[in-house]
Design a protein around this ligand. Structure first.
Ligand code: AMP
Ligand code: ZN
Ligand code: FE
Ligand code: FE
Length: 276
């Protein structure tokens, strides 16, 4: 029996807002029969430790360096996936450090807004809660949402986002973000490919049109459980531009329990374009 080549190119671990450790994620990937994966944590590459890389080899899984960086264009959050870059790039690590600083400032501003609505959370409390014994971690809105539930301010994650944290919600703060061109440049400088992530989430045609004029190498056409008629639009664009059509689940573990690992993936041809 030939086992089909399947690589899930969009996954998160507890180095950002996923629930599994990188090691647990690799074991899960093996269990569901994937040939490999890319770990694309938000704004960090901390999952790519020697231990993780060694385990991927031991399990016979491909592990493509990846990350998902948040950028901003015309009031819209635009996520950009980077693949196949040099994990030891100095320019990339300084760039990610700046992003991390800005994230911390933004989190503090969100907490201020929550405090003014009688939902106080201190920075230390958020840090302690989100990290739970880890020394490093990219903290974002999902961690704030969890803590809001734990403190009894809201009943669910959806309530936290729908009222307060969603884009343009009552306590939303966009934060200072790099624009897409800057992110693409940083990925290219580190030797990687830059991919426009889940474009169907961007609800402005003009923004999408402008993004499609930028020097991306590809576009995420297969995403989570997106129906195939919706994939088609992005596949046609990729083909027309000779861009790489990527795909992945956006697996977050318990943080998004309805999305199973490997529910979107790419085959060998696409994978080889990303590593070339
Ligand atoms: P941040 O990186 O801090 O802007 O947080 C982004 C993350 O928040 C995304 O990766 C999602 O996992 C989560 N998120 C964003 N919007 C929503 C929403 N409306 N409901 C639930 N989770 C959301
Ligand atoms: Zn996330
Ligand atoms: Fe995303
Ligand atoms: Fe993601």
């Amino acid at each position: 029996m030939t086992i089909q080549f399947r690589v899930d190119l969009h996954t998160h671990t507890n180095c950002s807002d996923g629930s599994l450790t990188p090691e647990q994620l690799l074991h899960e990937a093996k269990k569901v029969g994937l040939s490999g994966l890319s770990i694309t944590d938000h704004d960090c590459i901390d999952a790519y430790t020697e231990k993780t890389i060694a385990l991927s080899k031991e399990l016979g899984l491909l592990l493509l360096p990846g990350m998902e960086i948040s950028s901003r264009h015309r009031q819209h959050d635009v996520h950009i996936l980077g693949y196949g870059f040099d994990l030891h790039s100095k320019s990339l690590s300084s760039f990610l450090e700046v992003i991390q600083k800005r994230r911390e400032e933004r989190n503090a501003q969100i907490l201020q807004k929550l405090c003014s609505r009688k939902m106080p959370i201190s920075i230390e409390e958020l840090d302690r809660f989100a990290k739970q014994g880890m020394s490093k971690k990219v903290i974002g809105r999902p961690h704030i949402a969890y803590l809001m539930i734990e403190k009894g301010y809201v009943g669910s994650m959806q309530e936290a986002f729908n009222f307060y944290l969603k884009d343009n919600g009552l306590c939303y703060v966009p934060g200072v973000k790099f624009n897409p061109i800057e992110i693409i440049g940083a990925i290219h400088l580190a030797g990687g490919k830059a991919i426009l992530a889940h474009p169907h989430f961007i609800n402005s045609q003009r923004t999408v049109r402008e993004l499609l004029e930028m020097p991306f190498d590809g576009i995420e056409c297969y995403y989570a459980k997106l129906p195939s008629d919706q994939e088609k639009k992005w596949l046609e664009i990729a083909e027309q531009k000779n861009w790489i059509a990527t795909g992945g689940s956006d697996f977050h573990g318990d943080a998004k329990p309805y999305i199973p690992l490997g529910c979107s993936w790419v085959g060998e041809e696409t994978y080889s374009r990303l590593v070339s």
